[in-house]
Design a protein around this ligand. Structure first.
Ligand code: DQA
Length: 148
């Protein structure tokens, strides 16, 4: 199974940005964690990060032509306003799961409660740090019963 993980803007700053919210783990720690999960569950995984909306859209289109089986996306701040990413997910017709490290519905800023990506995705996992990604992966590979 070929799975693509897309991480949006500022996630490369994990371990530096707002540690009281996102914790001390770095983006590299996240990539290592995801790669070890892929090994454990025997899936081919590509992990992509970009701060650019256009690059994320291009990557989604590429996934269609590369016949990717499933996508996990943390659109980061684009979650709250990118209709272009919503349209791109709808366009490619690949099962896509949305993830967030934090619980966006319980954050301080009101704008985080607006989610324009959710409706294009099959499921959302959020609020559990790196574990949100694990839950999304288990869901994608049909091992939902392993989600605690
Ligand atoms: C985030 C939540 C977003 O609101 C924020 O803009 C991010 C990260 C999360 O993973 O919790 O950059 O997507």
């Amino acid at each position: 199974m070929n799975i693509l993980i897309i991480n949006g803007p500022n996630l490369n700053m994990l371990g530096i940005r707002e540690k009281e919210i996102y914790g001390n783990n770095t983006y590299n720690d996240l990539v290592h964690y995801l790669k070890s999960l892929a090994k454990m569950y025997n899936v081919n995984l590509e992990v992509f990060q970009s701060n650019s909306e256009a690059e994320i859209i291009n990557k989604l289109h590429e996934a269609y032509f590369n016949k990717v089986d499933g996508i996990i996306i943390n659109p980061a701040a684009f979650t709250h306003y990118s209709y272009a990413i919503y349209d791109a997910i709808k366009a490619i017709n690949i099962k896509t799961i949305e993830v967030h490290l934090t619980n966006i519905y319980e954050r301080e800023e009101d704008f985080r409660k607006t989610n324009v990506i959710k409706a294009a995705c099959s499921k959302s996992f959020y609020g559990k740090g790196f574990i949100s990604y694990k839950e999304a992966l288990l869901y994608l590979i049909g091992e939902e019963n392993e989600i605690s």
